[in-house]
Design a protein around this ligand. Sequence first.
Ligand SMILES: NC(=O)C1=CN([C@@H]2O[C@H](COP(=O)(O)OP(=O)(O)OC[C@H]3O[C@@H](n4cnc5c(N)ncnc54)[C@H](OP(=O)(O)O)[C@@H]3O)[C@@H](O)[C@H]2O)C=CC1
Ligand SMILES: O=C(O)[C@@H]1CCC=N1
Length: 274
Amino acid sequence: MEQRNIAFIGGGNMARSLVSGLIHAGYPAACIRVTDLDQDKLDALQQEFGVQTFLDNFAAADGADVLVLAVKPQYMAEALDELTERLGTYGERLVISIAAGISVTRLSALLGGHRRIVRCMPNTPALIGLGMTGLFADPSVPVADCGFAESMLQSVGKTVWVGTESGINSVIAASGSAPAYFFLFMEAMAAEAQRMGFSAEQARLLVQQTALGAAQMVVDNPQLELATLRAQVTSKGGTTAEAIRSFEEQGLANMVSTAMQAAVTRAEEMETLF
Ligand SMILES: NC(=O)C1=CN([C@@H]2O[C@H](COP(=O)(O)OP(=O)(O)OC[C@H]3O[C@@H](n4cnc5c(N)ncnc54)[C@H](OP(=O)(O)O)[C@@H]3O)[C@@H](O)[C@H]2O)C=CC1
Ligand SMILES: O=C(O)[C@@H]1CCC=N1
């Protein structure tokens, strides 16, 4: 992967995931800077990954080729107002935003009219190299910049480009927020397994190994429909059929659809707030 000096603005959960992935993919720590308001967080990142850390966003951005905006959406305007004032211009820098609910138009305004912006929507499994990221860029963004953003995110998992910016909100619903859906489902299963008499450790093992096995079967069998994999577990007149019937009677598909739409609606609302 091409090496550019990257400055992460915000050193929280997602920045940590991306830094970890980059370092494990062999990206030089000397080319990575991270800023945060919290010195303890920075010290931990410095010790674990050997990256350069800064309390001052300007000090990190000055001299960086790529800025990764990784603060929470509600703090983005505050962070960028100050940075833009001090930098004056972003020049040739590529700005990669991972924030939900902040459009390219809004970012560009916060960046003093800068246009070299790629929006990305990763997810937390990036921390272990199994991330899924959606990317969007205006056609005016140079191909080399899009390629750099794609390579950066591919160092922590898989990527997909979306052709319209609203596609980023669909990515939020389908993968950005989605690790939490699976955790919620696993929490519910583990809780019921405990009620059935398993210890907390046993319940977690039963659920996590099953989730891992099911996901790996999906990955290993791209030629099989998800419904076919499900059918292979579902013996006629057996136990699985009863569990599936119960899910379907309670409207699982509708519940999932409504939840994913709620994530999109919130992303759209955030676009009007921040
Ligand atoms: N978490 C996730 O699964 C995903 C998150 N995202 C996006 O990633 C972004 C970051 O999310 P996440 O990592 O979860 O959030 P975190 O709160 O964990 O990280 C943001 C960090 O930025 C720091 N910060 C706040 N203001 C500033 C500032 N002015 N300058 C420098 N650092 C600052 C915060 O410090 P402090 O805590 O001290 O305030 C915090 O450590 C969000 O925009 C979110 O939409 C995208 C995909 C998935
Ligand atoms: O919950 C959020 O807003 C962020 C964006 C996707 C995952 N976490």
